[in-house]
Each structure stands twice: as structure tokens, then as C-alpha cells.
Design a protein around this ligand. Structure first.
Ligand code: CTP
Ligand code: MG
Length: 248
């Protein structure tokens, strides 16, 4: 079967604060979405590509039209663009709804991770080929991570947080995209997502969480520091530096 790659690019980029959807924000002179799609083409496993974009954004539509040409030239069979949803999860579902019949596996990738190297795509795809039905790239974390709960300072009652726990760092991983799935299982996971209440649904931050929730094993492969998610202005600076070469 074919492997489809979904790129979710329908977010508004509030935290980056450029006043335009993040997928359009330039990195090394090209929109982030262009880097993300070229990264997929370079990796070379995509039979189909589907991009979820913000509703009514003619500029992104234009960028996608150009990318469709590049994808065709690279041998990709189908290239589609769908209107994203209210949250990331809904954008993924919009893309899953248009997958062609030939598709058996799907990689879900953030446009906000424009520099994800081909090696990561290769590792995810290889694990799927080796029988995993869900695969995520991840890195060991360098910071100690705490869980916190709301609290009040003893003397003043000022609202703060206090530590409720410290998970052992060696067991923690920072998770990236592309995340790879058996298409049928990811569809089942997203059907399950639709049954969740609003609060629970809002806490869903990646596709693998949903797959875990329906009881499937999620396997982990090595991610990359180049797969950083561009969220804040400092992330963009770091990505610009990576593109220049010295940090590569
Ligand atoms: N995304 C999406 N549809 C949404 C929300 C997010 O397709 N409704 C995508 C984003 O375009 C991005 C990825 O999901 O590629 C990760 O989201 P995030 O980094 O949070 O991007 P934004 O939502 O655009 O940024 P912010 O949260 O700062 O507004
Ligand atoms: Mg967001």
C-alpha cells in the first residue's frame, strides 16, 4: 500500500506573533510550509500528500499550487489541500477524510517543524515496515520535568504552583513529528477522539495520545534536534541559524 503524508498547517501562529499563519512565515526567505513539503519530497516515501490549511487564505493556496507542481515532478501520485479545523486534531481528521483507497500508512507532520531531516522520516517509515502500527520520533529530555498543581503561598495566600511530582528523567521523551500510523488505526483513534468531552479533547496534543487511548502500542524511534517545533520567536532564530549551516 501507499504511504500518505499529512502536513497540518492550519494553525494561526499566535505565539510566534507574526500576524499571519505560521505556515506562511518566512524561514531563510521561503515560507515554512515550503520547507516542510520539500523535506517530505526529499525523504521520498510519500505516495500522496495532503495539506491542511487555514480557511480562506489565498496566499497559502497559491503556495500549495506551486508545491503541487514540485510534488508531481518528484513522483507523488496525489496532492490535495483541505480546510483545517478548529484545533490540530480536527485538521488531521479533515485530511484523513480525503485519503485515497491505495493508502495503508500515514505520516502526520507539523508544518511548524520545517527542518525535520529525511533520516527521521526514514526511521519512522522503517518501523512501520517492520510491523509497528504507530511510531513516534522522540528525544531524551535535558531538563528535569516536574508536574505541578495550583497552590497558595503560606503567608500571603498568593496564587502560585507547587510541585506534585518529578517523573524520572531517564523515562521521559520529548516527542516530535512526523508520527507514523497504520491508516485504519489512526482513523479509529480519531473516531474515538470525537467521543471525548471538550476538556479531555483540549488536552490531546498529538495523534499518538489518541492511539495510546485505544490501547495500541506506540513505538519510539530517534528524533532530531533539527525537528524542533517553531513556536516562539527564539525558535525561529534557531531555525534560521540551522539553515545557515553552522549548527547542522
Ligand atoms: N495546526 C492545524 N490546525 C489547527 C491548529 C494547529 O493544522 N487548528 C497545526 C499548525 O499549523 C502546526 C501544528 O498544528 O503546524 C502544531 O501547532 P502549533 O505549533 O500550536 O501552531 P499554531 O497553532 O499555528 O501556533 P499557536 O498555537 O501559537 O497559535
Ligand atoms: Mg496551536
Amino acid at each position: 500500500g501507499q504511504c500518505a503524508v499529512v502536513i497540518v498547517a492550519a494553525g494561526s501562529g499566535q505565539r510566534l506573533g507574526h500576524g499571519v499563519p505560521k505556515a506562511r512565515v518566512p524561514l531563510g526567505g521561503e515560507p515554512m510550509l515550503v520547507h516542510a513539503v520539500r523535506g517530505v519530497l526529499k525523504a521520498g516515501m510519500a505516495g500522496q500528500i495532503c495539506i491542511a490549511i487555514p480557511a480562506g487564505d489565498a496566499e497559502i493556496e497559491g503556495i500549495c499550487a506551486q508545491l503541487a507542481g514540485e510534488a508531481a515532478a518528484a513522483g507523488v501520485n496525489a496532492f490535495s489541500v483541505v480546510e483545517g479545523g478548529a484545533d490540530r486534531s480536527a485538521s488531521v481528521r479533515a485530511a484523513l477524510a480525503v485519503m485515497g483507497d491505495a493508502v495503508t500508512t500515514v505520516l502526520i507532520h507539523d508544518a511548524a517543524r520545517p527542518l525535520a531531516p529525511a533520516g527521521v522520516f526514514d526511521r519512522v517509515t522503517a518501523a512501520l515496515r517492520d510491523g509497528a502500527k504507530a511510531v513516534i520520533p522522540a528525544l531524551a529530555v535535558v531538563d528535569t520535568i516536574k508536574t505541578v498543581i495550583p497552590a497558595e503561598l503560606p503567608a500571603t495566600g498568593a496564587g502560585v504552583e507547587k510541585v506534585s511530582g518529578t517523573p524520572a528523567r531517564h523515562q521521559l521523551r520529548a516527542v516530535q513529528t512526523p508520527q507514523g500510523f497504520d491508516l485504519a488505526i489512526l482513523r479509529r483513534a480519531h473516531e474515538y477522539a470525537l467521543t471525548l468531552d471538550e476538556v479531555t479533547a483540549a488536552a490531546i496534543t498529538d495523534d499518538a495520545m489518541l492511539v495510546e487511548a485505544i490501547g495500541e502500542d506506540v513505538y519510539v524511534v530517534q528524533g532530531s534536534t533539527h525537528s524542533l517545533k517553531i513556536t516562539s520567536p527564539t525558535d525561529l532564530l534557531l531555525a534560521e541559524a540551522m539553515l545557515q549551516g553552522p549548527l547542522r
